[in-house]
Design a protein around this ligand. Structure first.
Ligand SMILES: O=C(O)CCC(=O)C(=O)O
Ligand SMILES: [Fe+2]
Length: 349
């Protein structure tokens, strides 16, 4: 599988200066034929449990358990269940080839990347307000908010955590269907089989890694900048204690669901979910019902931050498809991120 550029060509140059910044929840899903999700104890989950599991294509049908690192381009191949606790995980980046040619991107290319990523030379998370859209009350899109250097650091940190204890694995539901993504929980574990949060993963006993402190800063800055755009209806700030990290291969998806496994208090107060998108772009659906036909569609690109809280906290949402080879070159060059999309959702239990 090839990236837009040869991702193995590493470049040593340059810091793309810049902006930085930074979002979570639970689910239950249906996009088209697929039924699965994150968020349960709910009516939707009950419906889901009663549903006949849908069989996926070979590449999407995966065993529960911890995948091994570097298992190849088809990340959705079955992987054996892991032994309790130790290591395993899944490497979201491809191995760099020793001795490969190091390319310095021409200035024109670098400038184009900067423009496309909405980069500036500021160290603030905030960007100008023209990149902020209120999609509906309580739902805000910060377009191109995460600076390239910040995206790079997030990938590197998720990669490091993802191959260790509590790292990426292929989750599945109680009734046997598998989620079409790799998942890693930070802070608390979300268990797709029970739709509950806990301190350890039931299947291998691993404790989720802590949320890195720099991620907390990104989340608060994103909420601050979002609220600056809607001063009359600010969303409450969160002290996130859960981050669900998803890695979608190019065939990944996530059905329509609500994030509703957080505490009653968190949901009642409309504490926002803050979501970071990195890597390949995705089509994202959102709406008032678990119905893809009436949902609205949004393109989420690398660096975008989506926030939904307050009156939008219970919005149904999901990912229909990943757009192949749409990740920005700078990211591939600097991180060797596999083809696919990384998404982090921050929430407060
Ligand atoms: O990947 C996304 O954009 C959404 C992820 C999501 O909804 C979830 O993790 O609950
Ligand atoms: Fe969600």
């Amino acid at each position: 599988m090839l990236h837009k550029l040869n991702a193995r060509m590493v470049d040593v140059v340059d810091n793309f200066a810049l902006v930085k910044s930074q979002s979570i929840q639970s689910r239950v899903v249906v996009v088209g034929y697929e039924q699965c999700g994150r968020g349960g104890g709910s009516e939707e989950k009950k419906q889901q449990q009663n549903a006949t599991p849908v069989s996926h294509s070979d590449s999407d049908s995966v065993g529960m358990g911890v995948a091994k690192s570097n298992i190849g381009d088809d990340i959705d191949k079955p992987s054996p269940p892991s032994a309790a606790g130790g290591g395993g995980g899944f490497d979201i980046c491809l191995p760099k080839q020793p001795g490969c040619v190091v390319l310095k991107p021409p200035l024109l290319v670098k400038n184009r990347e900067r423009r496309l990523s909405g980069n500036s030379n500021s160290n603030s998370n905030s960007k100008n307000n023209s990149n902020v859209s209120l999609l509906r009350p309580g739902m805000v899109l910060l377009k191109g908010y995460l600076a390239p250097s910040v995206q790079q650091k997030i990938v590197e940190k998720c990669r490091e955590l993802g191959v260790g204890e509590g790292g990426f694995y292929q989750p599945g539901y109680e009734e046997g269907t598998k989620m079409r993504l790799k998942m890693m929980c930070l802070g608390k574990n979300w268990d797709p089989r029970t739709s509950q949060y806990g301190d350890r993963r039931p299947f291998d006993g691993a404790r989720p890694p802590d949320i890195p402190p720099e991620f907390h800063t990104l989340v608060s800055n994103a909420l601050r900048d979002s609220n600056a755009h809607t001063p009359h209806n600010p969303l409450p700030s969160i002290s996130s204690d859960i981050c669900i990290v998803n890695f979608y291969s190019q065939t990944g998806r996530l059905g329509l669901h609500q994030d509703k496994d957080e505490s009653e208090d968190s949901l009642r107060r409309g504490l926002p979910v803050v979501s970071f998108s990195i890597g390949d772009s995705a089509h994202f659906l959102y709406g008032d019902h678990r119905d893809p036909d009436t949902a609205q569609k949004l393109l989420l690109e690398s660096g975008d931050v989506l926030i939904f809280g307050g009156p939008a906290r219970n919005v149904f949402h999901g990912v229909t498809d990943i757009l192949p080879t749409s990740a920005p070159n700078f990211l591939l060059q600097h991180t060797n991120l596999r083809p696919g999309r990384l998404n982090l959702t921050f929430r407060q239990y």
